[in-house]
Ligand binder design. Structure first.
Ligand code: NDP
Length: 392
């Protein structure tokens, strides 16, 4: 029996709340807090169990500390934006409460993400005797766990990892992003980067691409991007020599993105406009559909997984593990599209393993440092079944 405080009432926050509500034996009390309390109310009204709601500005540590003291949760699940990671971690340190998130910290004024800022909290969490789990969505999250599972059960050494993220869904809008538009566009427009032989190799944005035949979807063009799980996996998978992250995009999406970039709409520096300062990307976010609104007409599937190569019993081996998720089925179950669903379910499972003491530790950890077995067992049970194959 535990009390959970979920911060962020967007697409992912809705799924986490629904999924915690499906496990009353673990999450006996649920509190959902966000900047716009109306969004919390909308999610609460979809759920038959009681959900308490609250307003909080998660950029403000003092407000967070006051809320955490009032709610007295066993864990805080942070599904607001990466900008709020450090203030929420500060508030957890102050109040001595466990922390979990799905995306690593990003400063607002620079399109850069890396784990250093959060890894630097390790000693303080350890001294306080509390645990933080970073990046427990799908990618990062399940993809890291897939690697830990592969290492534990199928390889003596992992040499190469290709993480492949395909969304073959149609939402009916000419252009929309599947999670927070600001964070999504910042991620996609930066330079590509992959890991090889102990160093990072940079590429021009979206310049490296190839076709892959995704099970249950078919052939799709996927593009090399830098993604945060590569950083933690480089630290935690011993001996790995090459790691790349790939994501599929349609030509329609890429054309819109190119035009928006060319006209300056993806800029993150302030621009003077009619007597006030605006940040073009934040203005664009205000025009684009909210990710949480896409679910109602989303059709098609996602396929996210890892192709792993390495050595088992002295022989080279290839291994592919993936999940397929159907947008419309997600909407029927929790009123969300598959990107929010595939992020929210792992966040709930990670929190469940922490509050029940199955995942234990003092300090700041990435998910691949934990035992993958109990997590993998719960994935299918809570809606994300996985398939593994050994391609020749
Ligand atoms: P949304 O934009 O739909 O939701 C974000 C929510 O956070 C909104 O309700 C927003 O409030 C709230 N919020 C923003 N700033 C604050 C603040 N200062 N104080 C309180 N609440 C705030 O995003 P998503 O739900 O799509 O994404 C949530 C998180 O999940 C992001 O960090 C994203 O990067 C991560 N993610 C991780 C993935 C993974 O696989 N690991 C995949 C997809 C997403 P308001 O409505 O008022 O703006």
């Amino acid at each position: 029996m535990s009390r959970v405080l979920i911060i962020g009432a967007g697409g992912v926050g809705g799924v986490v709340t629904h999924k915690c509500a499906q496990a009353p034996e673990v999450f006996s009390d649920i509190v959902l807090a966000s900047r716009t309390v109306e969004k919390c109310r909308k999610i609460r009204d979809q759920i038959s169990r009681p959900v308490e709601i609250a307003r909080v500005d998660a950029d403000n540590t003092l407000e967070l500390v006051a809320l955490i003291r009032k709610v007295s949760p066993d864990i805080v699940i942070n599904v607001a934006l990466p900008y709020q990671d450090l203030t929420i971690m500060d508030a957890c340190l102050e109040t001595g409460v466990a922390y979990l998130d799905t995306a690593n910290y990003e400063p607002r004024d620079e399109a850069k993400f890396c784990y250093k800022w959060q890894w630097d909290y390790h000693e303080r969490f350890k001294e306080r005797g509390i645990m933080a789990i970073l990046g427990c969505g799908f990618d990062p999250g399940v993809t890291n766990i897939f690697c830990a599972h592969a290492l534990k059960h199928h390889f003596d050494t992992i040499q190469a990892i290709d993480i492949m993220d395909c969304n073959a869904g149609e939402h009916g809008h000419p252009f929309a992003t599947n999670f927070n538009p600001e964070i999504n566009i910042r991620e996609i427009t930066q330079r590509g980067k992959y890991y090889e032989d102990g160093r990072w190799v940079e590429t021009e944005p979206l310049s490296v691409h190839k076709t892959f035949d995704f099970p249950e979807i078919g052939p799709r063009e996927m593009y090399l991007l830098y993604h945060e799980e590569l950083e933690s996996l480089a630290r935690n998978i011993p001996g790995v020599r090459r790691m790349r992250f790939w994501m599929t995009f349609s030509q329609e999406y890429l054309t819109h993105l190119r035009v928006l970039q060319n006209v300056g709409m993806t800029r993150i520096d302030p621009v003077h406009f009619q007597g006030c300062e605006i940040i073009p990307l934040q203005f664009l976010k205000a025009l684009l559909p909210e990710p949480s609104s896409l679910g109602i007409q989303y059709r098609g599937k996602t396929n996210i997984g890892c192709m792993i190569e390495g050595i088992k019993n002295g022989r080279p081996q290839k291994y592919y593990i993936y999940n397929v998720c159907d947008h419309a089925e997600c909407y029927r179950e929790v009123k969300a599209q598959a990107i929010s669903y595939t992020t929210g379910v792992p966040a709930m499972i990670g929190a469940m393993l922490m509050v029940t003491g199955i995942w234990k530790g003092e300090g700041v950890f990435n998910v691949e440092e934990m035992d993958p077995d109990p997590f993998m067992a719960k994935l299918g049970q809570y809606g994300l079944p996985w398939t593994e194959t050994f391609p020749q």
